[in-house]
Design a protein around this ligand. Structure first.
Ligand code: SF4
Length: 384
């Protein structure tokens, strides 16, 4: 697949493009599962899966959400595409509150059905997402029948065949009559991509969409995603637990990387900033864990954290949630949560939620926590 992208042009386009989805101070809490006996004697515990996130997704954006398992990236992704209801905060699609549209509250300018069509998802395991007893054609016709009922059967098939052909499944008529088990993992992922694209969506959430593929197929599929993203003017929110895939996609597309920790975005910006020159100590840990990004990885035997234990999201640490693991934590970090900044959710900005980015913060005059080395970088070392 040829690379049709120009990073500089794309970044410029992002700044000029209209916001498709906007999240304002969004939190999502889940009730933690308890055993029967526990539930008799203890109150329900709440997991803060997403904690006060604000972010804008403009047209033609490629945004990668990266973080450890359980950091909330999938929940945030599903909240962005309007399939996860937030506990608090607002999610809007082109200015329309998504959940008011769903509930029929107030003056609904954009029906919820149109929003659902515009915000699509590709799951990690396309095999599980496809009905094993249905041919590809039947699986692809179902959403068109549901959401585009006025489309004639001939037009439906013509659109399906054209898209199968477009993603390299040739001849499309033959692939359309196969069952999922007659397709390879890469072919199943392409069918899932076609199903998402059938709706002409504004945003596609790709949830670990290439992690199950082998390396060569992974690169080929990411190139295909980028080509289609450019061709269809679709924004992609790409969820990954590895920086390598996030870097590949966002550097090629001129997109953004958002690093998540315990339900919060702790750093966000262009990949050249976030991945090559991270400001947040947690981003540095992820970078350390990605050998092809960090040459010092070869020399360090231990990860740059004070503890490898991830705190309980039911009861996250006070102040900065990362302070129990951060190798640079001081007393001030235990009491005051750092701000990511008002500009953080907007394209073109690079922001990290760490007191070290503020050369005047009281952090610099407070004592290091136990286990933190006495050597510190000078004030403002982390500033851009
Ligand atoms: S605010 Fe403190 S604990 Fe949090 S990342 Fe920065 S230095 Fe570490």
């Amino acid at each position: 697949m040829s690379d049709q992208r120009n990073s500089t042009e794309s970044q410029t386009a992002d700044r000029d493009n209209e916001t498709v989805v906007s999240l304002e101070d969004v939190s999502v809490n889940f009730e933690k599962e308890q055993g029967f006996v526990d539930s008799l004697f203890n109150d329900a515990q709440r997991v803060r899966a997403v904690d006060g996130v604000s972010i804008d997704i403009p047209e033609n954006e490629v945004l990668a959400l990266v973080g450890e398992s359980g950091c909330g990236k999938t929940t945030l992704g599903k909240t962005i595409i309007g399939v996860q209801r937030p506990t608090s905060g607002t999610v809007t699609y082109r200015g329309q509150d998504v959940w008011n549209a769903k509930d029929g509250n107030g003056d609904v300018r954009i029906p919820y059905g149109d929003i659902r069509k515009a915000l699509q998802i590709i799951h990690q395991d396309p095999g599980a997402a496809l009905n094993p007893n249905r041919k590809v054609l039947t699986s692809l016709e179902a959403p068109l029948k549901r959401w585009n009922s006025e489309m004639s059967p001939e037009d439906r098939r013509a659109r399906i065949f054209a898209l199968l052909d477009r993603v390299g499944m040739q001849p499309p008529q033959e692939y359309a009559h196969r069952y999922p088990h007659q397709l390879s993992g890469g072919e199943q992922q392409r069918v899932a991509l076609v199903r998402a694209l059938l709706m002409n969506p504004d945003v596609i959430l790709a949830d670990e969409a290439v992690s199950a593929l082998d390396v060569s197929l992974r690169v080929e599929t990411m190139d295909l995603l980028l080509e289609l993203q450019a061709q269809f003017n679709t924004s992609f929110v790409f969820i990954s637990h590895t920086l390598s895939n996030a870097r590949y996609l966002t550097e090629k597309a001129g997109g953004r990387v958002a690093i998540m920790y315990l339900g919060e975005i702790v750093e966000i910006g262009p990949p050249k900033k976030v991945l090559r020159d991270p400001k947040h100590p947690y981003s540095k840990v992820l970078r350390w864990a990605t050998a092809d990004l960090d040459p010092s990885h070869q020399e360090l035997t231990d990860p740059p954290v004070r503890s490898i234990d991830i705190p309980d999201p039911v009861n996250p640490p006070s102040g900065c949630h990362f302070h129990t693991r951060c190798p640079e934590a001081r007393e001030a970090c235990t009491t005051e949560a750092p701000e990511l900044g008002d500009e953080a959710g907007q394209p073109g900005t690079h922001c990290a939620g760490c007191h070290r980015t503020d050369p005047d913060h009281e952090y610099w005059d407070s004592d290091p926590l136990d286990g933190v080395e006495a050597e510190f970088a000078p004030r403002g070392e982390s500033d851009d």
